[in-house]
Design a binder for this molecule. Structure first.
Ligand code: PLP
Length: 440
């Protein structure tokens, strides 16, 4: 821990006394006191610089303090700081238009929410009303947010059963490294995962299923890029049975995979797309649902029973307009694609060659995971204490990591430079060398 100044000490004391933190036991917390950030860099209250290879919660696609986005929020605050969703305001229309222009053909309407969870919540409600059916199928390895229906659609340890659990059914998606289908090739994994999903649909009764809800690329659950043909196969199944396909692009969307939407890599057109995070890099909380024209038509002469006080908040809208314009004009999505293919991907593959503790490297764009193992042959996951030691060491060496279970997710902002990637690769290399020394 660095020495921190008086302002930093005050921040720490206030946090410990008054702030109730998420997903944590409150007693053993010692959060870093952050002073400021710029681009891929963050400084703590002691003046120490870090490379932010977490993008916070994988939301900071344009990096910290992008000047155009900050200026747009300031300008909007001076003009119209808040307005109810029922009014028409130009900035909201401009934001919605820019989002729909990035979507596949036939997506013209956007329903704005406060974040990703309530985007999924509302998408589920739309699918249920559109189909007149009840059940929602989602993957075991998934995270869809922490509100009533979104958290029961979630498939990991956070799936806290609650009163919304009715109608939620889970299935296994593809994950070749730890295949649930005894597959050894991507083709087998696709074929068997689709067969499994078809059996689940048949067993549940296709006429009772409103939606299949899927992350286009599973994010927190392991950066699982679907094998070729899987999403197209899911689309074919959902079409056959009249089921709404909802793709959750909350983490994968807006540049993270090196394209505007991750679905572009898979040639698939869903019925609903949910988004948040990268759409404005989280400068103001916002999320939303993109509706296909078919689903939007359901609500032409029928009320959609959903709405939020801050839906389409002008500060969020201004930040979306500025973010998407900056991303387009500054080639930020292209940068993510190039860095992934030419610098970060090959660099991580070289680390896997060198370090036995890395079982698999996978990813695309600026969305990667190193899956850590105690034994490469058995693929036994690296134990929590070792992962914890590695996390501490990475931070000590000046890198903010994103760690989930036995994985280090390598998820810098889309604006990351070649030099920053090379610097980070050296840090990962040194920390992996250290943990291997400690293990043997
Ligand atoms: N969906 C996905 C794929 C996510 O990764 C997350 C958050 O990490 C969410 C939904 C929930 O978003 P929020 O935390 O903004 O509610």
């Amino acid at each position: 821990m660095n020495d921190i100044d008086d302002a930093g000490e005050t921040a720490r004391r206030l946090d410990r006394t008054h702030v109730f933190h998420s997903w944590s036991a409150q007693g053993d917390l010692a959060p870093m006191v952050v002073d400021h950030g710029r681009g891929t860099e963050v400084w703590d209250a002691g003046g120490r610089r870090y490379l932010d290879f977490s993008s916070q919660l994988v939301n900071l696609n344009v990096g910290h303090q992008h000047p155009r986005v900050v200026a747009a929020i300031q300008a909007q605050a001076g003009e119209l700081a808040t307005i109810a969703p029922a009014h028409a305001v130009r900035v909201r229309g401009e934001a919605a238009r820019r989002i729909s222009e990035r979507a596949p053909e036939g997506f013209h309407k956007v329903f704005f929410t406060n974040g990703g969870a309530d985007a999924n919540e509302n998408a589920i409600r739309m699918a249920r009303l559109h189909t007149g059916r009840d059940k929602v199928l989602s993957a075991y390895r998934s995270y869809h947010g922490n509100t009533g229906a979104a958290v029961v659609a979630t498939g990991d340890w956070r799936r806290v059963p609650n009163e919304y659990a009715r109608g939620h059914v889970h299935f296994f998606g593809p994950y070749l490294y730890r295949s649930d289908f005894w597959a050894t090739t991507p083709e087998q994994e696709t074929e068997r995962a689709l067969h499994h999903l078809q059996r689940v649909i048949e067993a549940e009764g296709p006429g009772s299923i409103a939606a299949v809800l899927l992350e286009t690329v599973v994010g927190t659950g392991g950066v699982l890029v679907p094998p070729p043909g899987y999403l197209a196969g899911v689309r074919a199944l959902t079409e056959r049975y009249g089921i709404t396909l909802v793709l959750d692009e909350v983490m994968a969307g807006f540049g993270r995979t090196g394209s505007w939407f991750a679905l572009e890599h898979h040639d698939v057109r869903p019925d609903l797309i949910t988004f948040a995070k990268g759409v404005n890099s989280g400068y103001v909380p916002v999320g939303g649902v993109l509706l296909s024209d078919e689903i939007a038509a359901t609500f032409e002469d029928r009320v959609f029973p959903g709405g939020l006080t801050y839906s389409g908040h002008p500060l969020a809208m201004a930040s979306i307009v500025a973010t998407l314009d900056a991303m387009a004009e500054e080639g930020i999505v292209e940068n993510a694609a190039r860095i992934g293919a030419q610098v970060l991907g090959p660099g991580l593959a070289a680390l896997a060659e060198k370090h036995l503790v890395v079982g698999e490297v996978r990813g695309v764009g600026v969305f990667w995971a190193l899956e850590l193992v105690a034994d490469r042959t058995t693929r036994e996951p690296l134990a929590a204490p070792a992962v914890g030691a590695l996390t501490t060491d990475l931070t000590r060496r000046g890198l903010l990591p994103f760690v989930a279970e036995n994985r280090v997710h390598v998820v810098p902002p889309c604006v990351v430079t070649d030099a920053e990637v090379h610097e980070a690769l050296e840090v990962y290399d040194a920390a992996l060398t250290q943990i291997e020394k400690e293990l043997h």
